[in-house]
Design a protein around this ligand. Structure first.
Ligand code: NAP
Length: 243
């Protein structure tokens, strides 16, 4: 029996990067998978075409409260329930604080933190019935901070406080909530970094390489599965030893 047999999962931001690796891995582990994207319909459709049965894509902006409510309703009806929610969608708008404007602050907080509230708020009532697992994607930057990422760090630190609170509120309903804090993972997000910055990160990572999206997916499968049935309110760093 595969680790996620019988589970129905929703993954936000599944069209690219870590999210796409999660979709593939959850599908491979036996789950029925719904995933969202905001604008990249082409890669989303290609992923559904690649995996076929039991995988569906939904265009939905995670920062939109009403849109999240509609999404949860549609996914629950079309997939037949919901056991696992992975709040993975996220963006960066990096700049030093002296230059940061209100739009750069608001867009990162809305897409990275308000999105987690939106999806969790609308999903938790249904997930309470059969028990379930919520996994929220933070970052090592939310724990340690990073120059040029005050907005991103604040959003990712907020996810940790939020998740620990939900774990305490919902534990008695057998609804667990945990956090993954990736280090530097090879995706479009880190591709944008200047080569010099990448090299300076590499020098500080004990494993001397960036992580692969599949390595984040493996940790998420653990937290989604019954293998982690007594793990609640935790932050699991997957960062090659950086933290
Ligand atoms: P990515 O390659 O840039 O992909 C981001 C994904 O999120 C895309 O599928 C994108 O959809 C989706 N998305 C963004 N905003 C959205 C919204 N408002 N509603 C719905 N979908 C939205 O990013 P990634 O590197 O895979 O990162 C995934 C998560 O891991 C993020 O939360 C990120 O902060 C976190 N993380 C990444 C790293 C890293 O090193 N890569 C490290 C630590 C944490 P579209 O394709 O439609 O734009």
């Amino acid at each position: 029996m595969a680790l996620l047999d019988g589970k129905i999962a929703l993954i936000t931001g599944g069209s690219r990067g870590i999210g796409a690796a999660l979709v593939r891995a959850f599908h491979g582990a036996g789950a029925k998978v719904a995933f969202t994207y905001r604008s990249s319909a082409g890669p989303a459709e290609a992923l559904v075409g690649e995996l076929g049965e039991n995988v569906r894509a939904y265009q939905s902006d995670a920062s939109d409260y009403a849109g999240a409510e509609q999404l949860i309703k549609t996914v629950t009806e079309e997939m037949g329930g919901l056991n696992v929610l992975v709040n993975n969608a996220g963006i960066t708008r990096d700049t030093l604080m002296l230059r940061m404007n209100e739009e750069q602050w608001d867009s990162v907080l809305d897409n990275n933190l308000k999105s987690v509230f939106n999806l969790t708020k609308h999903a938790m009532r249904g997930m309470m019935r059969g028990g379930g697992s919520i996994i929220n994607m933070s970052s090592i930057v939310g724990i340690q901070g990073n120059a040029g990422q005050a907005n991103y760090a604040a959003s990712k630190a907020g996810i940790i406080g939020f998740s620990k609170s939900i774990a305490k509120e919902m534990g008695s309903r057998n609804l667990r909530c945990n956090v993954i804090a990736p280090g530097f993972i090879e995706t479009d997000m880190t591709d944008e970094l200047p080569e010099q910055v990448k090299q300076s990160y590499l020098a500080t990572i004990p494993l001397k390489r960036l992580g692969r999206p599949e390595e984040i997916a493996d940790a998420c499968i653990f937290l989604a599965s019954d293998m982690s049935s007594y793990v609640n309110g935790q932050v699991l760093s997957v960062d090659g030893g950086l933290s």
